[in-house]
Each structure stands twice: as C-alpha cells, then as structure tokens.
Ligand binder design. Sequence first.
Ligand code: SF4
Length: 208
Amino acid sequence: MDANITKRNELLAQKVIKGLESRNMTAYYAKDKEEALAKALELIPKGSKVTMGGCQSAVEIGLVAAVKGPDYKFIDRHAGDPREALLAGYDADWFLSSANAMTEDGVLVNIDGSSNRVSMIAQGPKHVLFIIGMNKVCDDVDGALKRARNVAAPINSQRFGLNTPCCKTGSCMDCKSPDNICCQVLITRFSKHPGRIHVILVNDNLGF
Ligand code: SF4
C-alpha cells in the first residue's frame, strides 16, 4: 500500500482505537493482512470453539481457513440442523465478524437479514473478534449507516442474487422486499462486558 495512505491510516487508526477503548472494547492495529492474522491467532486460544457470520474480511486475511483447521473446534452454521447450529454458535468461545461500517470514534454498524450475525455480536458467544479494513471507517454514525446500506448491502445483494432494489440500482430504497438484508440494524456503541469485544483494524481494504 502507498506510504502516504499507510501514514494516513495509522493516524486515523489511533483515533479509532481511542474511540473503541472509550467504549470498553479492545482494539489493535495491524499494518497488513499477515500481521492481522498473527494477532487474531494470538488472541484465540487453540482448542476454542469458533463460529462466524458472513465475514469476508476474516476470509481475506486467512483467519477462516486457520480456525477450520485441526487446532480449533469450528462450528459450521451451514452444517447439520440449522437450529442446533445456531444454538451451538451462541455458546461459542469466539465469534468472528467484520462490520459493515464504523465511525472514527469507535461505533460499529451492522445490518443483517437473517440476523444471526447481529444477534451474536450483541450477546451469546463469549468473545467477538472484529476484523475491519480501514475502508470501513466513516466520519460518523450517519455516514456509517449510509455506507452499510449503499455500499455493503448492494454488493452483498448482488453476491447472493437477492431480489432487492439496491441489487439493481446500487443504492438503498428502504425496501420491504422479502429478500431484504436490512431487517435488523445494530449500532454497537458500548460493550457492557469487559474483554468481550476485540477489534483488529487492518491497514488494507477488506470486505465490502
Ligand atoms: S433496505 Fe432494501 S434496498 Fe435498502 S439496502 Fe436494505 S435490502 Fe437494499
């Protein structure tokens, strides 16, 4: 990545980390994907039960492949009975997620269709680990909500072939389509549980 972008990201990351820590979350900065993966594996003890929602950022740094390996107990939400997989996920040691967007002062914004992801961020798994590229950082909550619904949602709608207005137009029409992926909007502005939410900010563009 360009040195100027890296420097700008580092300065912004300092501000974001301060914001996250003021909200009782633990934050780290990784200069690249490799450092992000190493930090994540340092945080998650071997033998942990790990699950995830849709988390392209964790895929892109190699974390999903690692936790599916023999050192971890990976709970696959697509395997077996969906209800049992959901309940097993709530009992996981670690839940992997990205954010659809976040603010410079550490507020996390996530939208969800089936809502397993936002519900597990809010409660359930003992720890939540967010992998977030600097491309997700927005000025404020309004900007983060706009990003979630006008950048993340259209891309995800297209990836999954959903019948939503944003899939066709690339911007949010505040729809009530049965396929809509904004059924729940979660704004995480503080963690009540010390040590539960960890965020690795990565000096790269990750996810959507
Ligand atoms: S409300 Fe509908 S149109 Fe708007 S982002 Fe969500 S799915 Fe797309």
